[in-house]
Design a protein around this ligand. Structure first.
Ligand code: PDD
Length: 281
């Protein structure tokens, strides 16, 4: 395997950044993850646009042109012979003596790209059975719209899920409303049959998979209510699922041990997964 690190392709096992990289010291950086479908990147423009936005919001310099970055992503996928899987891109504010304010102007951002294969058969098998979700308080900051590498609350939430034998943790705000998953957007079909997901003005990440699903819903004539739901509503839901690069559309069959629907992936989630994967190809 190879990784791209600041202008070079290096063997994955020897790929390093400096100990004074601001990503390492301050989590001062952003990232994106694309699904790789048959060698191509899904939702390419959406992720690129969001990367640009994250960098701009944090006043990190744009490291290279969009065309150059596209080339690096493609080349990393090619060199790792990834047909299906993910490609990961991280941009930090660069390397400088540890000091809280931004480093001197002109300090180049650090860019790292990795890519690995994920068996679509494996992901499909998981989706066919559906997965367990647990809930946990959302302890994050007020800028969850920015895709930063500062993911401590997210990894703590995911570990709670793992410890409880679940696949994903849905985070819950002070009002008892589900914000999003630790690395996914959360959706339900509520007890009245309404498809619902939290609106993206409400301190969550605007998922690219979510955005594409919005297009699919329009085409299919499926109504969506962008309105947050409580944990209780989720537990009474007919269906539940979550979306993200890598997971696509993943049915949830229990929440905190409470069975959703008949405990099997619901028809809408299953259909939306198929439609999303079709489009990705
Ligand atoms: N996570 N919400 C959070 C907090 C996320 O970290 C992610 C993505 C999403 C879904 O976004 P998208 O559909 O654009 O992948 C929602 C990536 C996959 C990760 O952290 O690995």
């Amino acid at each position: 395997r190879v990784a791209y690190v600041n202008g070079q392709y290096v063997p994955h096992g020897h790929a390093t950044v400096h100990i004074e990289d601001r990503g390492y010291q301050f989590a001062d950086g952003v990232y994106e993850v694309w699904s790789v479908f048959d060698g191509g990147m899904a939702d390419f423009d959406g992720h690129m646009t969001r990367l640009h936005r994250s960098l701009t919001e944090l006043r990190i310099d744009i490291p290279m042109s969009r065309e150059a970055l596209t080339q690096v992503l493609k080349e990393t996928i090619r060199r790792n012979r990834v047909k299906n899987g993910i490609v990961y891109l991280q941009v930090t504010r660069g390397t400088a003596r540890r000091d809280h304010p931004f480093p001197p102007p002109g300090t180049p951002p650090s860019v790292v790209v990795t890519s690995r294969s994920i068996s679509p058969l494996k992901t499909d098998a998981i989706a066919e059975k559906g997965v367990a979700v647990v809930t946990t308080p959302d302890i994050r900051w007020g800028r969850c719209d920015i895709k930063t590498v500062g993911l401590l609350p997210n990894i703590l939430a995911k570990q709670i899920a793992k410890d409880r034998g679940a696949y994903e943790a849905w985070m819950v705000d002070d009002m008892g409303l589900v914000t999003e998953g630790s690395s996914t957007n959360a959706w339900i079909i509520d007890e009245h049959g309404k498809l619902r997901t939290r609106d993206t003005q409400a301190n969550i990440l605007k998922g690219c998979t979510r955005t594409t699903l919005l297009d699919i819903l329009k085409e299919e004539g499926i109504e969506l209510e962008e309105r947050a739901f409580t944990v209780e509503e989720a537990k009474r839901a007919k269906e539940a699922f979550f979306t993200a690069a890598g997971a696509f559309v993943m049915p949830a069959v229990s929440i905190d041990g409470v069975k959703i629907g008949n405990g099997k992936p619901g028809p809408v989630a299953t259909r939306l997964r198929e439609l999303y994967i079709e489009r990705g190809h």
